[in-house]
Design a protein around this ligand. Sequence first.
Ligand code: AMP
Ligand code: GLY
Length: 423
Amino acid sequence: MKILVVGNGGREHAIVWKIAQSKYVDKIYCAKGNAGIWEIAERVDISPDNIEDLKDFALKEGIDFTIVGPESPLVKGIGDVFGSAGLRLFGPSRKGAMLEGSKAFAKEFMKKYGVPTAKYKVFDNPEDALSYIRSTDGNIVVKADGLAAGKGVSVCNSVKEAEESIKRIMIEKVFGESGNKVVIEEKLEGEEASYIVMVDGERYIPLPTSQDHKRLLDGDKGPNTGGMGAYSPTPVIDEETEKRIKEEIVERTLRGLTKEGIYYRGFLYVGLMITREGPKVLEYNVRLGDPEAQPILMRLKGDFLEVLLNFYEGKDVNVEVDDRWAVDVVIASKGYPGPYEKGKVIEGLEDLKEEKDIVVFHAGTDIKEGKVVTAGGRVLNVCGLGNTFGEAREKVYNAISKISFEGMHYRKDIGARIFRKIS
Ligand code: AMP
Ligand code: GLY
């Protein structure tokens, strides 16, 4: 079979790496990929957002199955365009992708179908938003309605901070049209976790649990990022909590989608806050998480492409999971999540290819004059398996010590806080 993977990051490298092990694969193409992906998949020079060209490419090459990594093409309707062309693609339609594409839509949907989430209000003009903020103590969360590459959310501690967020989003329009509306919501307290399921209508299969680390610096300090590291499974989701997540969140969501006449087929990621009252939804994503996909896929046993194909066809599937722990640490460029440096030569990658239970997934990398160089904010993910959390973590940090590029930055405490707390 010919498989097309759409996207450029660490998540897409993990997808390509995993399905390359499938007995069904003849050839994998990736649009556009990165230096790590191009070692196993053929590079397709079409941007992930250029849906029409991707469709033409898939038809011309006779692509049998397409897997989409990032949200943007899904929100723009790649699911509908490929579907109408008779191409098989794992990912929701444009309507289904609204769960991530519009936070106001997602909140209204959750309210309608009784999915637990933070209390909220939606505003479509800055004056009303500002006057509402002045009636609160400023301990609120301000979110741009549309996509903002993970940067549209401000968790505020004062009225002044919240006012500034509104000004940035709605007046200065730093996220463009995504700031036409804002969602202002109650700040939830608790522990965050990620729960990802494969969905086909009301049928779903959970993937292993995980926890991301959104902040740039150790001790959960510094600005929010796309994610600086993740591990799987997470003790934050125990058996009882998982039962509640399934019943109160996943199943209500899927029934709601059916009632709205939306047929959803693809990954669905619920970003959760596990509060004292139970799990509540912070956000939906209509795709795998990045970096969560890396430790999750590393723990899946067997032929994941076979699982996806059978699931897509409506057949029963069994997802077998390695009992071991997986830890993934992101290495970023100097300056990230702001403007960052590019073109720095990365040393040490070759030797790590032989390392047992360690995989280096590339994110923002490119090839220049035969050398692997940095080309993005998040550059690499070092992902490892161990019999205990501590063993996996040690292997990963050991591997990182062999990698170097100018200005590299990574967190030294991935998973540490939660494991200190429970041990
Ligand atoms: P989102 O993109 O909506 O997941 O928000 C990004 C990050 O902001 C989350 O991962 C949380 O750390 C934080 N966040 C979002 N909503 C809330 C909330 N209601 N209460 C507390 N923190 C939040
Ligand atoms: N790691 C968070 C996300 O993929 O949105």
